[in-house]
Write a protein that binds this ligand. Structure first.
Ligand code: PXP
Length: 250
């Protein structure tokens, strides 16, 4: 990162929905690997991919292909299950972000209950950390969940920005302000306790800047909106524009 950015903010691009489009026709086009290559060429900082239990977008074989295609760090989003743990240990991504997962949900609808799932998470986090994988927990920005992440020894948390994004869509400025404050406060508390805060979910050109302006946040993971924009303008211009908006806000 350049000296102009003493507090760099990384952009991880979630390429799941390139695979969603591919899978709609059952063939091999569009290939999420090509998306990963474009992200690498245009200065994205990482690739994020969620191997869901139902394999509705990214599939097992995509992971190795994505890892082979670029030198960018891979952030594997995964449910806290024995199957996903084994897959993570086999592929050894740079990072593993543990997310809640329900089969019937359209997307990851809420944060992980790191507090309630403490005993399930302890061995999974231990094994991931022993394998040298940077563990992140996708949680709501709350003190209860942050405390749990701290007790679990997670080096990273990713704050779920879905409620913030919804509040903006609803035109509710009080709720938007409240959500933003909650994320900013928890990001500061995380950093103070040695946890690196990230954020993601539902981020767009229109709502990214207040989140990008939170100085402790080190990484944003953005997917659906970028892939949607890519349909109209191409993936590279979409990523570059998001990057520009993030830098402008910093
Ligand atoms: N971060 C995490 C942990 C996620 O689960 C998702 C959605 O898969 C994202 C970021 C990206 O969200 P979106 O696709 O809404 O940009």
């Amino acid at each position: 990162m350049s000296l102009l950015h003493p507090n760099p903010l990384r952009l991880g691009v979630n390429i799941d929905h390139v695979a969603t489009i591919r899978n709609a026709r059952g063939g091999d086009h569009p290939d999420p690997v090509r998306a990963a290559e474009i992200v690498a060429q245009c200065g994205g900082d990482g690739i994020t991919a969620h191997l869901r239990e139902d394999r509705r977008h990214i599939r097992d074989e995509d992971l190795a292909r994505i890892q082979a295609a670029t030198n960018l760090p891979l952030n594997l989003e995964m449910a806290a299950t024995p199957e996903m743990l084994q897959i993570a240990l086999r592929h050894k991504p740079h990072a593993a972000c543990i997310v809640p997962e329900k089969r019937e949900e359209r997307t990851t609808e809420g944060g992980l209950d790191a507090a309630g799932l403490h005993n399930t998470l302890v061995p999974i986090i231990d094994e991931l950390k022993t394998a040298g994988i940077r563990v992140s927990l996708f949680i709501e920005a709350s003190e209860r969940q942050l405390d749990a992440a701290l007790r679990l020894g997670a080096p990273v948390v990713e704050f779920h920005t879905g409620e913030y994004a919804h509040a903006i869509l609803d035109g509710d400025s009080d709720r938007t302000e409240k959500e933003l404050r909650r994320i900013a406060d928890m990001a500061a508390l995380a950093a103070k306790n040695g946890i690196e805060p990230h954020a993601g979910h539902g981020l767009t050109y229109d709502n990214v800047q207040p989140i990008a302006a939170i100085p402790q946040i080190a990484e944003l993971n953005i997917g659906h909106y970028l892939v949607g924009e890519a349909v109209f303008v191409g993936l590279e211009p979409a990523v570059l524009k998001m990057r520009e908006l993030m830098d402008e806000a910093r």
